[in-house]
Write a protein that binds this ligand. Structure first.
Ligand code: MRU
Length: 382
């Protein structure tokens, strides 16, 4: 079984899996330039904080590799790349990975100093974009190891070594270069025979849980069950003990300096429920999702999306063999189309509700002051 890949790249060619068509259809879009990368991210054909940063970086790398470079002098070339990066940053506002990647790329194209030429600047950009892509997989595998170890340690002397967990949204191979963050921990738990069962939420309104995570869990043959977002409290109360539900594990779009975390809408209510039921709440995130500039969650800009995501779904005829008839696809109304709608894509979970932030550099817990201290794992950015 080959691993799921949201992003396929070789130098000069970028293909991005269209996640709007999943789980029924596998279609890769060719992304050849900044405009196509921007559109892919904005329309959420690719989504998930790390994947957004990778597609923006590689999309521009492909454009530059094709010879489309603005300017001739080093100063002009750097200004042209900066402009393209600033444009890509406008695609989606909440996930900080994109900003961090852009800052990294801007620093890299300036690193050649006075001896830089148009060619060396372009080459430096392409190599750095490729490094961002390649590093992400190793990062996720490390998060998986640290997260599984943290959970194993929590189980302590308990006779039952296998735990069940609940996850929200999609944080797997589809949201990253591979393995995933929160879903990466679930994969690693399974690989170490420490996983009893994984529950995933539907994740309304965009259904990343039912369309993408459920698909990944089935694809990987991980024992799993799908619930709607509104079933979590009942699940914890009625099946928490029987299933040994030990943790809610989610990803992050932005973890700020004190540990407050922006993630998919619905994350905060799961954190409140976890506390009520004595279940650990873990944020799994690469250090590229950590924003040390913003002090608290109040400073995070939350993206609001169009009302049709709540009031319509795409429907299609299911054929006798259980597959979908693609030609029958149609938008279906699920509400009166005149109703006013509020559709924030993310919410902020206060640090007080988070037991650990698991990164590729280790699991960070709160200090006695109730605040996360990332200085030990990120001294260079502190
Ligand atoms: O709107 P989305 O699908 O991009 O939101 C994704 C999430 O909220 C994920 O939890 C987060 O980006 C982490 S992905 C590893």
């Amino acid at each position: 079984m080959s691993a799921l890949q949201a992003i396929r790249y070789t130098r000069g060619k970028l293909e991005v899996l269209d996640q709007l068509r999943l789980p029924h259809e596998f279609h890769y879009d060719n992304v050849a330039n900044r405009a196509e990368a921007w559109d892919s991210i904005y329309t959420m054909r690719v989504r998930g904080a790390p994947a957004i940063a990778i597609v923006a970086s590689l999309g521009l790398a492909v454009e530059l590799h094709s010879g489309t470079v603005t300017g001739n002098t080093p100063v002009e070339v750097i200004a042209g790349i900066d402009e393209a990066l600033d444009y890509l940053k406008t695609s989606r506002p909440t996930a900080v990975d994109l900003t961090n990647a852009i800052n990294q790329l801007k620093a890299k194209i300036r690193a050649g100093g006075a001896s830089a030429t148009k060619e060396t600047i372009v080459a430096a950009f392409i190599e750095e974009a490729e490094a961002i892509f390649e590093k992400d997989l190793k990062t996720n595998q490390a998060i998986g190891e640290y997260g599984a170890e943290w959970l194993r340690a929590q189980a302590g002397a308990s006779s039952e070594k296998q735990v069940s967990v609940l996850t929200h949204c999609n944080t797997g191979s589809l949201a990253t270069s591979g393995h995933g963050t929160a879903l990466g921990i679930i994969r690693t738990l399974r690989d170490k025979s420490l996983l009893k069962h994984a529950f995933c939420t539907e994740t309304r309104p965009y259904n990343q849980g039912s369309r993408l995570t459920a698909f990944e869990l089935v694809y990987e043959k991980i024992p799993s069950t799908l619930i709607t977002d509104s079933m979590a409290a009942s699940l914890f109360r009625t099946r928490g003990a029987e299933m040994n539900i030990a943790a809610v594990i989610v990803g992050a779009d932005r973890v700020v300096r004190n540990g407050d975390t922006a993630n998919k809408i619905g994350t905060y209510q799961l954190a409140v429920l976890a506390k009520q039921h004595g279940i650990k709440f873990i944020v799994a995130a690469p250090t590229t999702s950590i924003d040390l500039v913003t002090e608290t969650g109040d400073g995070i800009k939350i993206e609001e999306r169009k009302k049709e995501e709540l009031t319509q779904v795409t429907g299609a005829v299911i054929k006798a063999d259980g597959t979908v008839d693609e030609s029958s696809k149609v938008r279906v109304a699920t509400a009166d189309q005149r109703i006013d709608v509020w559709n924030p894509a993310f919410d902020v979970t206060p640090a007080a509700f988070i037991d650990a932030v698991v990164t590729e550099k280790g699991a960070v817990e709160k200090g006695p002051n109730g605040v996360f201290d990332f200085s030990k794992i990120m001294p260079e950015r502190w």
